[in-house]
Structure formats: C-alpha cells, structure tokens
Design a protein around this ligand. Structure first.
Ligand code: GAL
Length: 681
C-alpha cells in the first residue's frame, strides 16, 4: 500500500498548484435533521467555505437498525448532496456507539468499572475494547460501510470510530482479565519474570499461575504498582489493537483511502499512548477543547498543538474537533470571546494543522449536547458565531498556500512520555499532587513567555538536533532512553531535568543509591530524600521567587557543578538549580517547582548557556506566540495575540497574508488577533 500523508481530495477541489487546499469543516450529523435543513446546510457550507465534513460518526443505529437490516438512505443522500456541493467527506466507520439492539442482544459487551459497576447503554462508547462479540459486530459494520462508500469519489478519508478511549479505555471485565493475562504472558514469558517485575515478594503477592492474575480491581489496600502500570500499558494496547482491527478491514477493501482516528491530546487525557498509536494511521488527527476554568487555557492549547506536531513529525495534521464557542460538559461553560474562534484555529495551523474542523456543524436541538456550540448556532446565521465562522473560512482560503508546509522546529525540546506519566501518578508516592502534564507545561509556558519556539517531542523520537532538551518530571526512564539522553549530553547536548525525574526503570523499580538514580552521575548531584511540599507551603528562593509542590534538598557531588539558584529563608544557600558542564554540553537539575517568573528567568538563562537566542521580540513575548511554517521556497511567520489587549511586535517583516499588505519591522495585533507574514526563504 502506498503511504498516505494527506486527504484524498476529490479532483474538483485540488488547486492547480497541487498543494492545497487547507481543509475547513465540522462533524456533520444529518440524521438529526430534515432534508430541508440538509439543503440549507450545504448552501451555508458553501457560504462559509467549508470543504470537508466528518460524516456518520454516530450513525450506526441509523444505518443498521437491526442486526440483519441496513437502511442507507440517510447516508447515501447526504453523501451525494455534499459531493454535489463540493464538500469532501471524512467518513466515520460509525462504531463508537453501539446501537441498542446490540447491547440488548449481547449485554456481555458492556464495560465494567474497577469496582464492578456495569456501564449501561444510554450514553455512548459502552463497549469493552477486548470483547470478541463487540469486535465481530463492529468489524462487520465497518466492512458494510467500506463496501458501500469505499469507491465514492467524494471520500477523502476514513475516520475510525471516534475518540477511542474517551469513556471506555479502562475496562475491568472478565474479557479484560482474559486479555490482560494473554498480554502479560507475551510481555514476560514466564510467571517468574512477572513476579520479579511486579516485586510480588512484597505483601505475599507471589503468583503461581497466570489464571490468578486480575485487572487491578478495587482492593483492600494500595494495589501493586507493577500491576497498575502494566494495566495502563495493556489498556492502551488493547484499544490500539481494536484500532488496528478496523484499519485492517479498511486497508483490505480500500487500500488507496487514507485513514485517521481522532486523538485527544488535551488537558488531563492520558490513557492512550499516542506515540505508539500514530504508527497505525496515515493522518494524525486531534481533538482539542479549552478548559474554561484554566487561566492558562490558551497556552495549554499551544502545548497540546506542539505535542501533536511532535507526534506528526512536523508533517501536516488534522485538527478534527474543537468548539466554536461554549461546550456543554464542564461545570460552567462560558462562550469564547470575540476573535478567539479564528485565533485558536490559526494557532493550530501555526503548529502544522492543515485541516481545521469543529464539533459540530449545526447545534443540536435535542440530546445531551444541545448546549454545545456549533458553526450554525441555535440563534441561526444572524449571530456573532456564524459571522466569525465565515471570517475564518475566508482567512483559511487566503492561507491556501500554507497547505503542505512543514511546521518548523524550534531549538528547544521538551520530552514527553506517556509511560512516565502513568507511572508518576500512581498512588503511594511522595506526593499525590504531582501532575506530570502540569510539570511539563510549566516549562513550556516559561519558554514561550521568554520568547522561545519550544517543541514537545515524544521521548522515543530523535532529539539529537535540539540545542537544549528539557525532560521535566520524567519519573520513569527505560534503559534505551537513559542511553540516548546520556549520549546526547556526551555529544555536546544540553540537558535539563527536574525533581521526580529518573527515579525508576520501566518496571517501576527504584534505581538505588540516591535520587535521581538514573541521572545522578550525569548531573553530579544527589538527593537523599524527596522534598514534597504540603498544600499552600512555599519555600523562598534567592531573588524573591519561591518553590511550591516540591523542593528537593540537593547535594552537589561533582566539583565542577555550578549552582544556578539557591533557596532563601530557612534553607538559605542550599542549591535549587544546578548545572554541570560536560565537554561542550551540560546537565542541569531543577529541584523545585518554581513560580512562573522565576522559572521564566531560569529557562532564559539555560537557553542562553546552550547558545539559543529567543525567537520573538522579548517585549512582546509574554503576550504573543510566534511559530513558523516552511515550504522550500517560502516562510510563514505566525504571530498570535494571546490575550484581550492590542499588542505590538517589533522586528517582524513580510507580506501580511490576512491583511493583504506588506509590513516592515512592526506588526500590530488586535485583541486575540493574528498575523501570518509570508517571506521568501
Ligand atoms: C468529543 C466528541 C464529540 C462531542 C464533543 C463535544 O469528545 O468526540 O462527539 O461529544 O466531544 O465537545
């Protein structure tokens, strides 16, 4: 099969240059509306510049109302109407939510929680990833859909299921128990090896037969950490195995149609190891929703986009879902501010998205998501949201030439790892407050605030070209990563790591001799006891800042280690941050969670010491985000206003594509505004 990197555009849509267009669209659910509304829908899609929709995502019960009956008319007619109006289709396999007849016939497909509660139908995604019965029906359905639409000229992309793992990734059912045992057998080979890896000599947990092993269901005391960590790994693998099963059917029937499934790189979603999953799809897709109560929600969006860029290896990717305005599923759901809709999408574009899509096209009148915003809101097209949707469509059309360009790399990389995340947040630890993603995010924001283009890279990817590599809170480090990091520093690279990094190997066993065992020698320091802080406790540092969450007592061991920052107050003089020069490179340690201003200053110093200059006018850095995309012959500089005040950025020139005029040295950005400057390369 030919590897696909992008959508299969219908012939009529592809411009002569062959690069574009950028895709613009939404989830489209015609099954919720009348045919009259469909006709209005396609007219409005043309008006807004929508050129792709995600169809049939939850259409299983519509097209297969009974086990032996298919009724294709809704999908057939909607597909034809879209095609006739120049709208390509990202077609859902439709398996995310099983129809009521299936769960009535086979209640044994329903997932079970860790405390034995069955998750009943009535919501969605109520299926066990490991259920052979669910798989038989679901794959049968995928086959039927692929046979029906696989050769349709309007089919641009397959969309497997929807947000795999959104509600059902951790299933503790008997099917899961059986599959977990098989997975463990394949991983360990012998029960002795498993006992060793799980340290089962502790608390009389030694297994004598595979059949005794269960998923980590609710227990009387702390559950075995090896069992828990492996269950996180297994659960990600089990869903991935399901993804692969759908992909296999699609590849068999339609080898030329690219395949995606929408990832959820956002907020606290941590169960799916997307660094592994990405190998199974042709196009990386992501869904991103802002957390309204998070003061740093815009920077979190940028962080997520940076990680998706890393997963996509800087090739174009699909921003599958986001909201035009409010969502319905947070405790309080305020609308977006004027201008935010386009700014948020252009930010995704800046990090390499070539498709900007939303949930959903038309705001539902009924059902659980009726208060979730859409492109066509309840109030209709005489609305701010609709006007902003049309403005975004026009902006994407002006930016057509960006399509296919590379999301350029920065010189600073943050390493990110799902296994380290899972392991770091297990129970029975020095602090339950440690949140891996927040610890990495602190560094992202610090570098962004200091004006650096910072990338977020899956730990398994090659980071040797970066001038500065930061591995915050990387609690679990396997032998391979340890070797690669050590080699990077030996070759002149600059490494920074922090508290609760390099503590355990990949079986969650502590590397002995003092913390952080994995990196202790490299860093030339030693931590005898962890320094978790109580809620609200702060430890002052010299220069007026403070540490919270964590403040390790650091002993300097190697004589050449420089102390970059020290505690004040009761711990006055003790090192907070250290740097050990190693040949042309260095290894630095930051033992506390520093307040944002102190961390920003430290990040800038560490970058300067690694020879990295800021990418953005420092006076604008705290308020503006800057990223570049490149074609061989041209460069696009994205400048994005992070807030609600107008901002001026100095030192940037080029042709402002959105404004349609050249700018020289000074760019003015309105609140939530964006500029994209094109220049030759
Ligand atoms: C996603 C999901 C969509 C819709 C959306 C609402 O999780 O894929 O179907 O529910 O959230 O924000």
């Amino acid at each position: 099969m030919t590897p696909h990197h992008w959508l299969r555009w219908p012939a009529a849509t592809t411009p002569a240059a062959g690069r574009g267009p950028l895709a613009f669209g939404a989830d489209y659910n015609p099954e919720q509306w009348s045919r009259d509304t469909w006709r209005e829908d396609v007219r409005l899609m043309r008006e807004a510049g929508v050129n792709v929709v995600n169809l049939g995502i939850f259409a299983w019960a519509t097209v297969q109302p009974a086990p032996d009956r298919y009724e294709w008319d809704v999908l057939d007619e909607a597909f034809e109407l879209l095609h006739a109006n120049g709208v390509a289709v990202d077609l859902g396999t439709g398996t995310a939510s099983p129809p009521p007849w299936l769960t009535a016939l086979h209640p044994e497909i329903l997932p079970v929680t860790e405390d034995g509660q069955v998750l009943y139908p009535g919501g969605r995604q109520h299926w066990r990833p490991t259920s052979p019965v669910f798989r038989r029906y679901a794959l049968g359905h995928v086959r039927a859909v692929a046979e029906r639409y696989g050769s349709h000229p309007g089919l641009a992309l397959w969309h497997v299921s929807n947000e795999l793992g959104c509600h059902n990734v951790h299933d503790y059912s008997d099917d899961a128990a059986t599959a977990f045992r098989e997975w463990l057998r394949a991983r360990y080979g012998s029960i002795d090896a498993l006992n060793e890896a799980w340290a089962t000599s502790f608390w009389s947990q030694r297994y004598s037969d595979w059949s005794q092993i269960l998923p980590p269901r609710v227990a009387a005391a702390f559950r075995n950490p090896g069992q828990q960590l492996d269950f996180w790994r297994f659960s990600s693998d089990a869903l991935r195995d399901y993804l692969q099963a759908e992909v296999a059917v699609l590849r068999e029937l339609t080898p030329d149609v690219p395949i995606t499934t929408n990832f959820m790189v956002m907020g606290g979603t941590k169960s799916m190891n997307y660094a592994e999953w990405r190998a199974d799809v042709d196009v990386i897709s992501n869904d991103h929703y802002l957390t309204a109560a998070d003061a740093d929600r815009y920077e979190e969006l940028a962080f997520s986009a940076a990680l998706v860029r890393g997963l996509a290896r800087s090739r174009p990717w699909f921003l599958m879902e986001q909201s035009t305005s409010a969502v319905n599923w947070q405790p309080i759901n305020p609308p977006k501010a004027p201008g935010q809709l386009a700014r948020d999408s252009l930010t995704q574009l800046a990090y390499g998205a070539d498709a900007i899509s939303y949930f959903q096209w038309r705001q539902s009148a009924g059902g659980a998501e009726k208060f979730h915003s859409a492109l066509v809101p309840h109030s209709g097209t005489d609305s701010r949201v609709w006007r902003e949707v049309c403005e975004l469509g026009a902006a994407l059309s002006a930016l057509t030439d960006v399509a296919g360009s590379t999301a350029a790399a920065g010189r600073v990389a943050l390493l990110f790892d799902w296994e380290a995340w899972w392991a770091a947040e297990l129970d029975s630890h020095p602090s339950e407050r440690f949140r891996y993603r927040s610890v990495v995010f602190d560094w992202f924001k610090a570098f962004v605030d200091a004006g650096f283009a910072v990338d977020v890279q899956p730990v398994a990817d090659d980071f040797s070209a970066y001038s500065l590599v930061v591995a915050p809170g990387l609690y679990l480090v396997n032998d391979e990563t340890r070797r690669r990091i050590t080699d990077y520093v030996a070759a002149g690279g600059h490494l920074v790591t922090t508290f609760f990094s390099g503590i355990v190997d990949d079986t969650d066993r502590v590397v002995l001799g003092g913390y952080p065992g994995v990196f202790r020698e490299l860093l030339g320091i030693r931590v005898e006891e962890f320094g978790p802080l109580l809620d609200g406790e702060e430890v002052p540092v010299e220069g007026g800042g403070n540490g919270s969450l964590w403040a390790d007592p650091v002993d300097v061991v190697a004589p050449e280690v420089e102390v970059l920052a020290r505690y004040a107050g009761a711990r006055a003089g003790a090192p907070v941050a250290t740097r050990r020069p190693i040949g042309a490179g260095s290894a630095s340690y930051v033992g506390a969670r520093l307040d944002p201003a102190t961390l920003r200053g430290l990040a800038a110093r560490l970058a300067a010491a690694a020879g990295v200059e800021p990418d953005l006018d420092p006076s604008a850095a705290e308020h503006v985000l800057r990223r570049e995309r490149h074609h061989d012959d041209s460069r696009y500089v994205f400048l994005l206003n992070r807030g609600d005040q107008p901002r001026t950025v100095k030192g940037e020139s080029g042709f402002d594509v959105l404004a349609g005029r050249a700018v020289q040295d000074v760019v003015e950005l309105p609140p939530y505004g964006a500029a994209v400057l094109r220049s030759p390369r």
